[in-house]
Write a protein that binds this ligand. Structure first.
Ligand SMILES: [Zn+2]
Length: 259
């Protein structure tokens, strides 16, 4: 009886340890596959990965990183980076966002999702029609001077209600909505004389004017833009395709960083 009991226990222990080894082997195998896949040059190329630190140090790399993230989004290859507890803890003590997005409040333009970025990546200023005033300027200057962000993207979007209102000019808009309309009015006026869709043209023109507004903004941004330290560009998000189109007009003749 005693011998039988010992044999049974021994068998049970062997079984347990074998299962344990098998499980840990399986786990390691899984880990190896994941590590190889994610770290491989091919995987990085397939997912348009740009280094996070390089993007923070160089706004041109930052721009490529945003473009790559948007490509992943529209191709259904989003990797949702830096969205776990590790990212929370690593940014708890401070932030180094590599890009500032000046965008519209529209709920259909969730910045981290459409650029496939994560916690601590984007410093975002959002108002309807991305209309800017003193508080927006201060926020952008804070991110530039204190947080060290070197890339600013003004992000408009198709079918923007604020721009549409500035085009249609309803009588007696309620409350403070008139502030938005007045700010977008110059772009809406210019779009009258352009070929093509009036609203699409007004949306693009509004972004171009806001990019220029920031490039000329004294006393911080104008100088940083001119000496090539801060890159300021404009883009329009397509609600149908999910694509962010960076406007060529805002990518030309950019000042080079002085050595
Ligand atoms: Zn909008």
């Amino acid at each position: 009886m005693k011998n039988l009991l010992i044999t049974l226990m021994a068998t049970l222990l062997t079984c347990l340890s074998t299962t344990g080894i098998a499980q840990s082997k399986k786990k390691n195998q899984k880990k190896d596959i994941a590590t190889v896949a994610i770290d491989s040059a091919k995987w990085r190329a397939d997912h348009y990965i740009e280094n996070r630190d390089s993007a923070y140090a160089d706004p041109r790399v930052g721009l490529k990183k945003l473009m790559g993230g948007n490509r992943r989004f529209i191709e259904g290859k989003s990797i949702r980076p830096r969205q776990d507890s590790l990212a929370l803890h690593s940014t708890e003590g401070g932030q180094k966002p590599y890009a500032i997005i000046v965008g519209c409040s529209d709920s259909r333009v969730p910045n981290e999702i459409i650029f496939d970025q994560g916690v601590g990546d984007l410093f975002i200023v959002r108002t309807a029609g991305q209309v800017m005033a003193q508080a927006s300027y201060g926020s952008i200057e804070f991110a530039t001077l204190v947080l060290g962000s070197k890339l600013i993207v003004v992000l408009g979007h198709q079918k923007c209600g604020a721009v549409d209102a500035a085009v249609k000019r309803p009588d007696n808009p309620p409350g403070h909505i008139v502030t938005l309309i007045n700010a977008i009015k110059p772009a809406a006026e210019k779009s009258k004389y352009m070929a093509g869709d009036r609203l699409d043209n007004a949306i693009r023109q509004n972004v171009i004017e806001q990019v220029n507004e920031l490039r000329d903004l004294e006393p911080v941004l104008a100088k940083k833009y001119q000496n090539g330290e801060t890159l300021i560009v404009g883009a329009v998000y397509n609600l149908h395709s999910g694509k962010v189109e960076f406007l060529p007009e805002t990518l030309m003749n950019l000042p080079e960083k002085r050595k």
